[in-house]
Structures are given as C-alpha cells and as structure tokens.
Unconditional design. Structure first.
Length: 340
C-alpha cells in the first residue's frame, strides 16, 4: 500500500513526487468541500489520507509534504495571509510528527505482522494532536474562550481519524507522479514578478488591517477587501464570513469583560467582550478577502508550490470529468497517468 521512493532518486524526481502528493492532499480536501461544514475548525481533514499512505518517505520529505499540504491548502482556500494559515501549519506539522513517529516506532518493517499500533490508532492520535494544537494556537488570537471547544473538537477528531484511516486502507496512491506537459498552455499562468507583486501587496494590506482597532477603519478595510476579491475574479461567499463571525464572537463572550449588556440563562454578555469579538471578526473577514486575491494566482515555473498546483489542476479536472459518486471520481483521478 505504501508508495516507495528510492533513496537514490534525483531531487527533481523527488520534488515532483512530493508536489504530486501535496496535490493529492488538495484533491481530498477538494472532495471534502462537497460535504456540509458549519464551524471553521470542525473539518474531517481528508487530506490526511495521503499522509497515512506516505510513511515510506524519508522523514525530511514527509515533513516537507506536511508543510506543502498546509501552504497549498491555505492558498487554495484563500486563507494564506490570515491567522488560519498558522493554525493549519501548526496542526499539519505537529500531527505529521506524531503519526510518522508512531508508525516507525511500532511498525518497524511496515508489514502487518509487525503492527503494534494500527493505522486507525495512528490516524486518531494525529487527529487528536491536531485539535489540541489548533485550539491552543487559536486561543492566542481569540482568547481563552476557545478552550470550551476542546472537548467537542477531540471527539470530532476521533471520528475524523477513523474515517481517514478507513479510506487509507481502501485506497492506493501511485508510486510515482503522472507526467506533466513540459510547457503548459494555460493562459492563466502568471509570471513570477506578477505573483510576487500581488502577494507583497496583500501582505502589506493584511498587516495594516491586523494593526487596526478602530471599528470604522476596520469597516472600510472589510469593504475594500471584498471589492478587491471581486476584482480578482474570486467568488464572494458570505456564509463562511457569517459563520466565522458567530464563532469568533461566541468565543470572546465566553470570557466576560466590561459592562454587562444582557443576561441569558445566568450567562452575562458584556460590552468589552462583544466589541473585541466584533473587532477580531472584522479583521479576519478583511484578511480572508485579501487572501482570496492571492488564491486566484497561478504561478509558473517548477517550484514546489507551482508544481503542486499544476498537479492539482490535472487531478481536479480528471475528477470533474469522471462519472459516478465522489469516491468513484477520486479513484478515477488517482488512476490518471498523464495530465494535458
């Protein structure tokens, strides 16, 4: 089941294979988009299916894959320049370390007879660590109120870990990357200078937004960011913003501060906590919209990120063109040997 990667492979071949595996994590995350989602942190994390099937990689390559997984997923989701990227990176790296360590400590030769910790146990451990890290990092921005979600998140992550392990046991991934055309005819590819200029502008604007505290200025920033997203060609979805606002405000009012505005079932909603929650929510909405501008970029070249996105475009095209349900579409994409 585990893909093999020769230690004597040239870096170019290894880079392409890691980029392909990173694209596979995006493919599974893309398939997850067809499932309902309510709260920002409650995700099945189907991208971990690929991580569970890549333990034969050297540790350095495995960790690089976890970084590419977080970076590429945040780029595609439009959260690269938001605090959510740090959450994604932290949970991806930490869970990867735990899963890789468990597999190689207790399943030394990779055979089923030597398995002391099953793939289910490894997956559940990684998912649990991911939840703890996400909540710990989120509390640095949203406050201690986020720890109220730790229990439900761990329970949800255990279910997600079982699901991803089940999928890993019933899917095989190729042992080498499909062929890519040497020169892509994609008219949407942008030169490096354009990508760098747009990314730099988004970084500067995001830093400016995160430094603001005045609600009027933040309101202008949110409006300007949404307009920028519209001009970048990315579709504006208001439901994710609405759900994020509810989550952020709820996490803040769990820690009362200032004048009591009202009391609901002996719980006090305070002015200070509410204002902080609204301020944080506006900042996240603005930087999320700005990050969507970067998500529309299609960098050229042979960097890991560029290769990952090229492979993902081929995989997603194959998936969309396949017949059947989501599982059948994913299997068809995995069987693709060449991308036009």
């Amino acid at each position: 089941m585990m893909p093999s990667l020769s230690k004597n492979s040239k870096w170019l071949c290894e880079k392409e294979y890691i980029a392909y595996l990173g694209a596979l994590t995006l493919l599974f995350s893309y398939a997850e988009m067809f499932l309902p989602r309510t709260l920002p942190f409650f995700r099945l994390g189907l991208g971990n299916v690929v991580m569970l099937l890549s333990f034969s990689l050297p540790f350095s390559s495995y960790m690089l894959l976890s970084v590419i997984k977080a970076f590429a997923a945040s780029l595609m989701a439009g959260t690269l320049f938001t605090p959510f990227f740090l959450l994604s990176l932290g949970q991806s790296v930490s869970s990867a370390i735990v899963m890789y360590a468990l597999y190689h400590l207790f399943n030394k030769d990779g055979s089923k007879k030597s398995e002391l910790v099953s793939i289910y146990g490894i997956s559940m451990a990684g998912a649990s660590v991911s939840s703890v890290v996400q909540i710990a990092l989120a509390s640095l921005y949203l406050g201690e109120g986020t720890f109220a979600l730790l229990g439900p998140m761990i329970l949800f992550s255990l279910f997600a870990g079982i699901l991803t392990a089940f999928m890993a046991l019933h899917l095989n991934i190729p042992s080498e990357a499909p062929a890519l055309k040497e020169k892509s005819s994609d008219a949407n590819l942008q030169k490096k200078s354009i990508v760098v200029a747009v990314a730099t502008a988004v970084v500067v604007a995001s830093v400016f937004v995160l430094m603001q505290d005045d609600l009027k200025i933040l309101g202008i920033c949110v409006a300007a960011s949404v307009i920028a997203q519209k001009f970048s060609g990315r579709k504006i979805l208001f439901l994710p913003h609405f759900l994020m606002w509810l989550f952020v405000i709820f996490a803040n009012i769990l820690v009362p501060a200032g004048k009591v505005l009202c009391t609901v079932f002996s719980f006090s909603v305070t002015e200070g906590a509410l204002l902080v929650g609204v301020s944080q929510a506006m900042k996240l909405s603005a930087v999320s919209a700005l990050s969507q501008c970067v998500a529309s970029l299609r960098p050229e070249g042979n960097s890991l990120v560029a290769l990952t996105l090229k492979f993902f475009r081929g995989l997603s095209d194959a998936m969309r063109n396949a017949d059947g349900n989501v599982v059948q579409k994913v299997k068809f994409a995995l069987s693709s040997k060449y991308f036009e």
